[in-house]
Design a protein around this ligand. Sequence first.
Ligand code: ADE
Ligand code: ZN
Length: 341
Amino acid sequence: DRLAAFIARLPKAELHVHVEGTLEPGMMFELAERNGVELPWPDPAAAAAARAQYTCLEDFLAAYYAGMSVLRTTRDYKQLADAYLARAAAQGVRHAEVFFDPQAHLERGVPFSTFLPGLAAAVQAAPQRHGLTASLIMCFVRHLGPQAAADTLEQALPHLPLICGVGLDSSELGHPPHQYRALFERAAQLGLHRVAHAGEEGPAEYVAEAVSLLGVERVDHGLHCLDDPQLVERLEAMRMPLTVCPLSNLQLQVYKGCLGEKLTQLVRDTRLVITVNSDDPAYFLPPSKAACSGGYVNANYLYLAEVAGLDEAALAELAANSFRASFLGPAAKEAHVAEVA
Ligand code: ADE
Ligand code: ZN
């Protein structure tokens, strides 16, 4: 329809997408065969069907870590990232800041020197090949704890020129951000940008900790900040961007009660700097009525527009926010924002 066509044409940045979460069932089985890896699903159709079943973050994470076990060689990582960047470009994405989870690969015996060159090759080729810019953000997985994260940062030191920033993801409840304070201080000293998942399943307090103790420049998800009106005011005053992922929140049922009401509140009733993102687009599908393919960024804009009743001007503002909240330089930001208007 009209709104879907407007969204498809809108230039946008994607700031919250896990490269491992862009692994579509077809490529998953192709790589499983190439690398002799066993998957917990018999075929791509079964892996695809499993995507509809998650009822919380932990359910999804089990499938996400199982799926990425097929990634073994530099070629695999390059193929995965390149395929995502091609799909993103086709959706009007002009710039992508792409998360990866080094520990999920290191734990399986795949070293930095295997996965990082593959991811970086795809990122470096993106302007020529697909007409968008991209950068890499290294996320620490909270389920392995702060010491493992600190060791990972030290292991990453030889590769820092290829890494734009650090993030924090995986399981949230029981892993408050304050545990990562020293790590994020070290990352800041190394000149890295900082973001963190907070307030996805976890409470508003975790969002407050991420902002005041980790010095993050964006909050990933951040949805549960709504439970603390004073925190919302602080985030508004700071112009702290939230990278919201509507279809992810819907599928993982991270808000008990009506998600549509919460999303509406975020974009209509607050002055928060909201951006729209896909999180793990190969794993999250739009409700069937959405006129977009897969769980990629445009399906997320369309779903949000439908539940919150957004018009073209509001959607263009969200797209402009995505460039403003990016780690691009001021001139590039300005040029992209001008292109949206
Ligand atoms: N890793 C990949 N997707 C994630 C999400 N939605 N929350 C936390 N960790 C993740
Ligand atoms: Zn995420």
